[in-house]
Write a protein that binds this ligand. Sequence first.
Ligand code: PEP
Ligand code: MG
Length: 923
Amino acid sequence: MAKKYVYFFGAGKAEGNMRMKDTLGGKGANLAEMAGIGLPVPPGFTVSTDVCSLFYKNKKKIPEAVKGEIEKNLKRLEIVVGQRIGDPKDPLLVSIRSGARASMPGMMDTILNLGLNEKTVAALIAKTGNPRFAYDSYRRFVQMYGDVVLGLKPVHKDEIDPFEAIIDAKKHERGARNDTDLTADDLKDLVARFKAAIKETTGHEFPEDPRKQLWGAIGAVFGSWNNERAIAYRKMYDIPESWGTAVNVQLMVFGNMGNDSGTGVAFTRDAATGENTFYGEYLMNAQGEDVVAGTRTPLPIAELKNDDPKSYAELEKIRHILEKHYTDMMDIEFTIQQRRLYMLQCRVGKRTAFAAIKIAVDMVGEKLVGEREALTRIEPDQLNQLLRPIFDPAEKEAAIRSGRLLAKGLNAGPGAATGRIVFNSVDAEAWAGRGEKVVLARIETSPEDIKGMNVAEGILTARGGMTSHAALVARQMGRVCVAGCSELAIDYANHTMTTKGRTLKEGDWLSIDGTTGQVIEGKIHTKPSEVLQVVIEKTLDPSKAPVYQTFAKVMAWADQYRTLKIRTNADQPDQSINAVAFGAEGIGLCRTEHMFFGEGKIGPMREMILADTLEQRRAALAKLLPLQRKDFAGIFEVMDGRPVTIRTIDPPLHEFLPHEEKGQREVAADMGITYEKVRERVESLHEFNPMLGFRGCRLGIIYPEITEMQARAIFEAAAATKKKGIEVEPEVMIPLVGHVKELANQEKLVRETAEAVMKEQGVRFKYLVGTMIEIPRGAITADEIATVAEFFSFGTNDLTQTTLGVSRDDAARFLVPYVEKEIYAKDPFEVLDRDGVGQLMQMAVERGRKTRPGIKLGICGEHGGEPSSIEFCHLIGLNYVSCSPFRVPIARLAAARAALLNAPKAAAKRPARLKARGTAKKR
Ligand code: PEP
Ligand code: MG
């Protein structure tokens, strides 16, 4: 059988359906579906997307075979409608509309009222008794056809549209202010002038023959697939050129036939809030473009009840039919022609994150969808909108419109923050101490800034990527953060920040949007999160918090379907409390170095670093021991028997010393040593690239006493906790291991210390010793490493930088353009690079399990909180992911989706290479 290229719909039947978007485009598939279920759709036919590629192959001509099929369907349309194209007594008029697989609003061309000419316009007058309407339709047709098919358009960007120029001239002659002031005769004259202008400028005669009009229009709509706008849009949304557009030819219905006609657009539920109310707008005596053009203010859909109660009641009925049929919130377009309702379009409606979550949950309650389906309809990152403060949308928009958008950086910590700018941690604490809200702006942050970061509403840095210190600490604290904003010039000495020639000084108001990366001058009000008020602040009663209730339902469903456990990266008891409240099942990474900046610890830590002898170092470590023990005990208590992975010290030691002279002099005075000695030590510790230098397990190997002290602190805290009747399960993790002997060296120390402590304390507890897999050699030799390691935790921040050879702290400058140029689809420090880093992980999983089948496997790099990366972790069979506390809910949902969306495939056969799902840009 010959291939079918044209699909008819109308009169209660359709040859296509909603599953045929690839062939019929979105519009055609849904028109067919609506017609097929008996909704009032003006009849017509869809010329398939296959014809689009044939059209281009055939020198931009419709192939003869397809022409024959179109003719047949035109005949069928004429029979169904009872009108003939070009009939001087009762002519068939049609619209010609584009419609690709993905919605490309306004990017391609449309022609309405096709079939009008000097003869048929008279028939339209006779039929409607309304010459003004008939000539207005005619002039609109000639205008659209002249532009789209015959090419009478402005030549230069500053030129006015030639048709609009003719209309303006006419209005001027007639002293008319609005188009509506022009009479039927005026419009008739416009038609003549339009035709003359087309002839004069393009050399083309406007075709009187409706068939000729039809071929020209179908060709032009296929041609508009490759206009500049459409190409740009496709690029932006990753829509392949090969998809092509379909063309819909459909009986015209007129919303502008008088006051008993009208047109409108609506959503079957509120697209902003998700409320189950009919939401939309309409205009009587108008055509579709009048509603969107904004020349007349449309009325809320509820008022249609007064203007046309019958059509309104029918629309209400259709609203429910569509939701039941599509089991989703739909976006519809309709026209009323002389009190008769017609559906012109329907598609799944776009919605805010709030609405997406509410609609998904409500539809489960209404039994329209099941829990599984509901979970797959919520993008995990959408939960951020429920968890984080957000800007007042109108205020933010006004700020941007008035030119207050200063710059854009990386969206490193979601949420909205507004406050007065300060440029260092000390000032941040001082200002915050006076009750001021502050935004801390730094070139980059270091552990020294921790206190300032803690009191700031938000953190802004000029350098650093998605896993820079600022970014990961901010996320762990739940702070809003925009990182790597390279357009900013921050001047610490003068306490100023300059961008695009504008300078802001300390104390000026600044707003940062950590969800979009925008940096905006001035104050913008924020709205607190209802979920946080219930879960974290405990200031709101859950029964009075509908958004929280929706959130809680989604979380409960997610927990039923996920197989990955969710842990958190936390190194303070308060962070751990937040994470548990959000549903964390353990700690996957406690970075002990972050603890050293807490109360009283930095002094002994610096003494330890500046020590010249082992004795001096041991003396300093002895001061640190009780302080660390207290920290660990606090965390064990909060975690109440849940597993806690504690990592031995990781960063290069210079990070604990001040880098500026003032700070170095203070340290020298505090410790009774010379400034020169401090400076000398800082200089001797300097490395060109400290991230590949003297850090990680290398520190513990050269200075075993550090590991011993940390292990002792961990185990003494564990013993004390156990004695209190609280279960403990410490997992000691050695960082930056590349060789099994490095791990064996540290493991021995840890186990000896554990045994000693258990003996001293007279109590036994379970513990594990494992390692991070964060450099390629570690992954490659995972089988050897697993002879010692009881668990692996993938440190994908370092594994990404070492695999790609891209520094996690200095990459923002070129990684942003890299992503723009699509060298990497996404920032690899944000979304796991499955083809590179992911392959190493997969290899380590396989090799590790071969040696030690029961080995516990997790991830604690920042990717552990990112949905696509979580899916990859599910696919390679990790046991858990660990992420910052505020991402725990996102990870719970992402893990459930990964399980649901991969269920049959994963059970059957795991693909050798696990490709990214949905890493194409959103559409
Ligand atoms: C990592 O490298 O992924 C990791 C979790 O460790 P850090 O970020 O502290 O280097
Ligand atoms: Mg690391």
